[in-house]
Design a protein around this ligand. Structure first.
Ligand SMILES: [Zn+2]
Ligand SMILES: [Zn+2]
Length: 162
């Protein structure tokens, strides 16, 4: 039977995934974590990283952060804390419980759901993005120009457009 060798390998991979996740403080996406783990275990696949993350999340060893407007991110820090997401660069940082005040535990009534938890998402601009904006106030506007089309301006056509 190959089951035991398979499960042994799975365990080794899972341990590495969890180890590296705990080391990273940036709440990595699965893609990012894959890049880190692959340096220690070159044969590991992205699918394996996803599968192991799922197992770790389901067994309560890691957190999956489904924050709005981005890829799923993962957290190996299971101590109670909140998260804040930078609306500019999507960085996710920790907010300690004590840093957040004025929240009473909300109660839900009039729902047929069995409520098992709740989550709150803070949004802001991270210190790095604040500095970047202060040093180069025009950069934000330039970035948005490249996203939006200006129908009246036909002076420079992007090469990719037909
Ligand atoms: Zn930022
Ligand atoms: Zn966290």
């Amino acid at each position: 039977m190959t089951v035991s060798t398979n499960s042994k390998r799975m365990t080794r991979q899972r341990r590495l995934v969890l180890e590296e996740l705990k080391k990273l403080k940036n709440h990595p996406s699965a893609d990012y974590l894959f890049g880190v783990v692959r340096q220690k275990m070159p044969n590991i696949s992205l699918g394996t990283v996803y599968r192991n993350l799922d197992v770790l999340v389901n067994s309560g060893q890691a957190l999956k952060l489904d924050l709005a407007g981005g890829q799923c991110r993962y957290d190996g820090d299971m101590s109670p804390h909140h998260h804040i997401r930078c609306s500019v660069c999507s960085a996710i940082d920790d907010l300690s419980e004590s840093a957040v005040a004025g929240i009473d535990k909300p109660r839900v009534s009039g729902s047929d759901y069995v409520v098992t938890g709740w989550r709150m998402e803070f949004e802001g601009v991270c210190p790095r993005c604040q500095r970047a904006k202060a040093e180069n106030p025009g950069s934000q506007e330039e970035a948005s120009h490249t996203v939006h089309a200006f129908p009246n301006m036909s002076v420079t056509q992007p090469e990719s457009e037909e």
